[in-house]
Design a protein around this ligand. Structure first.
Ligand SMILES: [Zn+2]
Length: 186
């Protein structure tokens, strides 16, 4: 690569957010396998299949998470063993599967990541969270203060522990921190 091209490329890359740079782009229509183009359609630039004559609509990915508190008012966190944000702590939770409600998804993830069975107390809120891998995640947060079992790290987690609010480690996702603050500061 010559110097001019390199500086051009650097300038172009600086114009793209770091979130965009990590996203994998869809290349083919998932109905007919045609190569997708980008086309201004219905008010924004979208991926478009010329053979189907349809845009590929892309939406935030729904996920749910849990603020689980113990008898001394500490909050349960898991340390992530997978990307994104591997090694950071976050609330138990994850993506909804087809046929699940946000509640059943959150309780399934709690069981998988911590071994606990929980009972949802109330909805804390709904936020959208920028994501390095998925662009935008729609996050639904619930409160649990009744659970059974002993916390043991499972799927996607290599450690699980309760923390007092004033001893929290850095939290992986801004939406998770918002739910924690909603519980402690509301
Ligand atoms: Zn197509």
């Amino acid at each position: 690569m010559n110097g001019r091209n390199r500086s051009l490329q650097t300038r172009e890359l600086k114009g793209i957010s770091t979130i965009r740079m990590n996203l994998r782009k869809k290349k083919f229509c998932h109905y007919c396998r045609n190569v997708l183009i980008e086309k201004f359609f219905e008010g924004r630039l979208r991926l478009f299949c010329q053979r189907c004559n349809e845009p590929i609509y892309e939406n935030p990915i729904p996920a749910s998470c849990l603020v689980v508190t113990d008898s001394t008012d500490r909050v349960l966190l898991v340390r992530r063993s997978v990307e994104p944000k591997k090694g950071f702590w976050c609330l138990p939770g994850g993506f909804m599967e087809l046929g699940e409600t946000p509640e059943t998804a959150a309780l399934r993830e709690l069981k998988e990541e911590t071994g606990l069975d929980g009972q949802i107390e109330m909805l804390l809120g709904v936020y959208s969270n920028p994501s390095q891998l998925y662009h935008t995640v729609l996050m639904v947060g619930y409160l649990i203060n009744t659970y059974s079992g002993i916390p043991i790290a499972g799927d996607d987690a290599d450690e699980v522990a309760f923390f007092h609010y004033d001893e929290l480690p850095e939290i992986a996702f801004e939406s998770h921190m918002k739910f924690i603050k909603m519980y402690y500061l509301a």
